[in-house]
Design a protein around this ligand. Structure first.
Ligand code: ACO
Length: 353
């Protein structure tokens, strides 16, 4: 079976920098609180009218495709991870296919929030391994700034998120299998839906309060559209993400080291073999906790949450690309990607660069 490798990588972040001081104009918060609790100094916000989740993904994709030495017409499958799509439907994958004038290839959207990119990479990896496709474009992109509550009510979430995109091109590699051979050694995907509602955006949605056990109304034609999205839901901020931050934090610091260890154990490796860990950029304190638990030195973990905040599905590919551009990842290095987020879902990918 052929292994897959990252043949090209790129990222795009909007020009507009929004600092913690800027956020203070809209909500009761402070630079000290945000930096102390999250490590974030600033984040980027997409141009209100000119940029979307797809357009940012396209910019990252163009770089990844060029670096892979191919053209958009060579891509034979797209996997797009996001929680902030341009439209409720269709997904962003088809919009990328259109924007880059690609052939009538398959386009799949993945909805796994912060672990979306690692899930998407894993899906693409399976298609390469089976020989079904040879050039797969994997994108993680988010335009969070359009869907945040910029009042004090939403401050625990709004200060965290930022916009941006990252992309890779996956291709088959002919190198030997085993931990020394180049490419993706393994991917590991997990979920636990018990706490699905503690980090979620409830509406628009088709749940009709099913999960909160409120009485379900009989069929009422006039009411149906209102159950999907109503003025009352907007008044109650149900169109914004909700999060029990401390509960997410506690689970993340357990599951992230666990899923890194799982990838190492499966390949007969140990933490001493890791050259670079790219943790999802959710909170600097989470990343530092994981680093400590795995006994990794500072030069073996890459963080950039300080500049970009949490860009959810884009965070891992942006960080991976930056680390590589800065020469911190070299050929033959063992790189581990690990992410945790809403769902809960969590995942890792172990790569010989
Ligand atoms: N500015 C000032 N004060 C704030 C802010 C803010 N932006 N946000 C919350 N506070 C206040 C709270 O109201 C609370 O006040 P109180 O003590 O008077 O009640 C106090 O600060 C402490 O709040 P906590 O929520 O307990 O703060 P915590 O230290 O846990 O930090 C945070 C919050 C940053 C959200 C943290 O819990 C976290 O990072 N959690 C994990 C997030 C994560 O990993 N998400 C997954 C990825 S996202 C995805 O998948 C979509």
């Amino acid at each position: 079976m052929q292994r897959s490798k990252i043949a090209g990588i790129g990222y795009y972040v909007p020009k507009n920098i929004f600092t913690n001081e800027d956020l203070k104009k809209y909500m009761d918060t402070s630079d000290e609180w945000i930096q102390e609790r999250t490590g974030i100094k600033e984040r980027r916000y997409a141009d209100r009218l000119g940029e979307t989740t797809t357009t940012m993904g396209v910019e990252a994709a163009k770089i990844a495709i060029e670096r892979a030495g191919i053209t958009p017409q060579d891509i034979d499958f797209i996997v797009f991870a996001t929680l902030s799509p341009d439209y409720y439907f269709p997904g962003c994958g088809v919009l990328v296919q259109r924007a880059l004038k690609m052939k009538e290839i398959g386009a799949l959207d993945v909805r796994n929030q912060c672990s979306g990119f690692v899930y998407a990479l894993s899906v693409a990896d399976q298609f390469i391994k089976t020989g079904m496709y040879r050039n797969i474009l994997v994108i993680g992109s988010e335009k969070h700034s359009f869907g945040l509550d910029f009042t004090t009510r939403g401050r625990n979430i709004s200060v965290i998120f930022g916009d941006g995109a990252g992309a890779v091109v996956l291709q088959p590699t002919q190198t030997s299998t085993g931990p020394g051979g180049q490419g993706i050694l393994s991917t590991h995907l997990h979920s636990d839906g018990e706490s699905a509602e503690i980090l979620a955006m409830y509406n628009p949605g088709t749940h009709a309060n099913h999960w909160t056990a409120q009485p379900v109304a009989k069929f009422d034609a006039a009411e149906m559209g209102q159950m999907f999205m109503s003025h009352a839901m907007i008044d109650e901020a149900q169109n914004f993400p909700n999060m029990d931050g401390p509960a997410v934090f506690k689970k993340a610091v357990i599951k992230l080291p666990e899923v890194v260890m799982e990838s190492l154990t499966q390949n007969g490796l140990t933490t001493a073999d890791i050259d670079m860990l790219i943790p999802h950029q959710a909170n600097l304190r989470i990343a530092q906790f994981v680093q400590q638990k795995l006994h990794l030195s500072d030069d073996k973990v890459y963080n950039n949450i300080q500049k970009y905040g949490n860009t959810t599905a884009a965070s891992v590919p942006i960080a991976l690309c930056e680390a590589w551009e800065q020469g911190k990842i070299k050929e033959g290095d063992l790189v581990c990607l690990a992410a945790f987020g809403s769902g809960f879902t969590w995942a890792s990918a172990l790569i010989r660069w």
